[in-house]
Design a protein around this ligand. Sequence first.
Ligand SMILES: Cc1cc2nc3c(=O)[nH]c(=O)nc-3n(C[C@H](O)[C@H](O)[C@H](O)COP(=O)(O)OP(=O)(O)OC[C@H]3O[C@@H](n4cnc5c(N)ncnc54)[C@H](O)[C@@H]3O)c2cc1C
Length: 471
Amino acid sequence: MTTSTATATAPYGELAATVRGEVILPGDPGYDQARAVYNGMIDKHPAALARCRDTADIVTCVRFARSRGIEIAVRGGGHNAAGFGVWDDALVIDLSLLRSTTVNPYGHTVRVDAGCTWGDVDHATVAFGMATPSGFLASTGVAGLTLGGGIGYLARRFGLTVDNLLAADVVLADGTFVTASETSHPDLFWALRGGGGNFGIVTSFTFRCHDIGEAGTIIGGPVLYDLADTPEVMRWYRELVPSLPEELSGWIALLTIPPAPPFPEQLWGRKACGIVWCYTGPHDRADEVLEPVRTYGSPLLVGLQPMPFTVLQSAFDALYPAGLQWYWKTDFFEEISDTAIDVHVKYGAQLPTGHSTMHMYPIDGAASRVPADATAFAYRDGGWAGVIVGVDPDPANAGRISRWAREYWEELHPTSVGGGYVNFLMNEGQDQVKASYRGNYDRLARVKHRYDPDNVFHINQNIQPASEPSP
Ligand SMILES: Cc1cc2nc3c(=O)[nH]c(=O)nc-3n(C[C@H](O)[C@H](O)[C@H](O)COP(=O)(O)OP(=O)(O)OC[C@H]3O[C@@H](n4cnc5c(N)ncnc54)[C@H](O)[C@@H]3O)c2cc1C
């Protein structure tokens, strides 16, 4: 534990004396680094940040904040689009030091501390030829991604991250500790699987793992097409994906080809339509399964190759380091309609910066076989989660990237189902949160009443407590 002159004189002196982790205050040397999150657009000034060392520290922080009426923000991996991991004048309960994993290769499970990134988890499980469904990037936090649902390469084959959650240890708003699972606090367990950080602070997650590829080696990578081919590629892709074996998944993007290896120099900076594929089945079937993907159209680049799953998962981390400006817009799509394709063509031609992009991730196969009310994650209709992100290192471009993303979204939105993925929302208010949860919102509000009636955990995509608890 470290203390500072400031902590000794502030009410936080008492907290610093009790916890094993570090309490960082305005004026401390590490304050600006500690309050920075992944999205460089977020510039919040918390009252204090407590870097917790264990569950006892988390309990202490919750009780300390509640007894003094201090707002609580909870930080896992710090990747949240809206930057909800930090907040002005709040006590930030920072879990980033809790990075331990425990793999059970015989039981096919992994237990993960709440400060882990997906890179930590993949590192631990792929060594045993296994993975649990996560996202498309290694640097994203396990906690926020899981609590919002979790959409990634393995969703078609094994479901969303929440569909593979077996148990979660949780510190509740009154400072008590419970384990949530199908048999223990099942209402809480239902709500945690998509309902975000509304119900308590998860200290560890236990996930089911699956064998993937050949001892963890999959076949994956991008296939890139000329931007002018976008309409044909999107029409082909929308028909192809539902017909593919679930061992193969691919998300489609409009992007600028990064000016760096392994991309060939003659393609650097060129706008393109791309699909990033991941085949996790047996390699002796790979040629047959990947044949339509390799042979369609006139690609600029076919980058498919065998690689450890960890390599595909971390392939984009260096292109998107922490601290860039990000402006997000999201919707779910049941289909990629011709009208939608016209909008994609228009705004793909106007990508405002090299990092700005549009992605659509399939949510079909195993993810769509889970009933919409089986977990809090409500979109299971067998389509895509879409995200439009204006991204750039330069804060001077914040207005330009935000405007492009907003205008693109406004034209595309009428082709969507009317709500988006909570983990891709900015701070957009209750209507957008309700649209994300569809028919599950009222039940979430009742569970919120039971576990957090005072809305202690409200710095998130907030579920407002119902006036009555769940039955
Ligand atoms: C570059 C990038 C790529 C992404 N790719 C994907 C993807 O492939 N698939 C996908 O599904 N999502 C993806 N996301 C979205 C991601 O799921 C969300 O940003 C998520 O909120 C990140 O979680 P975190 O723990 O890093 O964030 P944080 O900012 O730390 O937290 C996010 C939210 O969860 C709450 N929270 C954090 N930890 C806890 C906890 N232990 N207990 C309770 N509440 C907690 C926070 O209060 C906050 O409201 C991506 C985001 C980025 C920036």
